[in-house]
Write a protein that binds this ligand. Sequence first.
Ligand code: NIG
Ligand code: FE
Length: 437
Amino acid sequence: MPLCNFDQYPSFALVNACVVTCDGEGDSPRDRLGIIAPGVVLVQGEKVGCVGKVSDFSFDGSIQTIDVQGRLVTPGLVDPHTHLVFAGSRMDEFQAKMRGVDYRKIGQEGGGIMRTVRATRGSDEIALLKRLESRLARMLRRGVTLVEVKSGYGLNIGEEMRLLRLGKSVSEKVLDGNEVGVKQLPRTTTTLLGAHAIPQEYAGNREEYVNLVLKMVDLVSGHENGMRLAEACDVYIESHAFSVGEAKRILESAKKRGLLVRAHVGQFEDIGGAEMVAEMGGISCDHLEHVSDKALGAMAAAGTRAVLLPGAWRTLRQQAPDAQRMQRMGVEVAVGTDANPGTSPCFDLLVALGLAVRDAGLDPEAALLAITREAAEACGAQQAGRIRAGWRADLAIWDEVDPLVFGYALGGLEPRAVIIAGKWVLEHDGDWSLIFQ
Ligand code: NIG
Ligand code: FE
């Protein structure tokens, strides 16, 4: 029996749930998880009507109630950092890396990011869209309802715009049933990453390429058919990519034009990018394998999130950053997949989370916050990452009863059902059996 037969946007209530709102106040992770058990989530149309204790509700039969038997109901998960629009694989580079070849050397010899740029430029629209949809469908099956999607494998105006348009077009898309059980894809929020690498055409003329990125910023911050192609602008700040000065020019222009600003910083060395992004009021600094106390202090003061990307430190065999140090200094931590064919062939946010707990020392109890509310803040997503009355009803129902499970399991968790904007978009039949009992 399917859990729910609703096709459109009716009202219904999930009752007897362990509701993990991720919307609590307080210093301890438990408080911030905001657990209400046994709880109710009332969904009205596309939104959460109210959330509360079972004892505060009485139902008169006018509304469908679904007894979830103590299971966890969480916000839909949020992946705050992906490079999902790409063609081709770099499996052979992975093999070389495992044999000890340096990632940056592979890039200098024509592989790396530029190899994916060539494959992506050569791939037609339909093929790119199919790949993107299939990756997003996999993410939905892990309970992810919102995904940040970067450009960055186009590196000229036409190609970068094409990738952003694809990233936007999948949002709201209802699938034709090709992906078993998935009726709709996660929503997306898009980020311009024109400053991902200097393309060969501009080798020897960096400034001209930076000027081209400034043109991209102009274009995406204008409106096309009433909408912006990107909500945010990202720069890869590293000595083999863009300098702090170059990034500052790009991000200042983006900020002036109303885009949110963020950056890849400290993946290989700390060249001062994090302070600059924090001082500009950036929403996130991502990677941070190398970061100074001063930069963390600036991030804490500005409310800039740290986005940990375990898939990348695992592929590059790096020492993980120290999440506890970040949190002690007042920096909120989010976790993303960094899904890309080079440094992070990972499409499973829950595996990334498990690695962040183990390798970076992220508190297992706080782990869920890193892929819900903090992830939403890190990518500037509105009405996402928390269960709150009046917000969009993006929810996941799990065959689990303790939120600690998200930091404990290393993958393998799948939601029983996923709801996006009040609509039942994925559901599994079968026994309600727990993995851990
Ligand atoms: O987040 N660091 C830069 N960008 C990606 C890697 C992209 C690639 O190698 O294709 C990252 O790790
Ligand atoms: Fe990345």
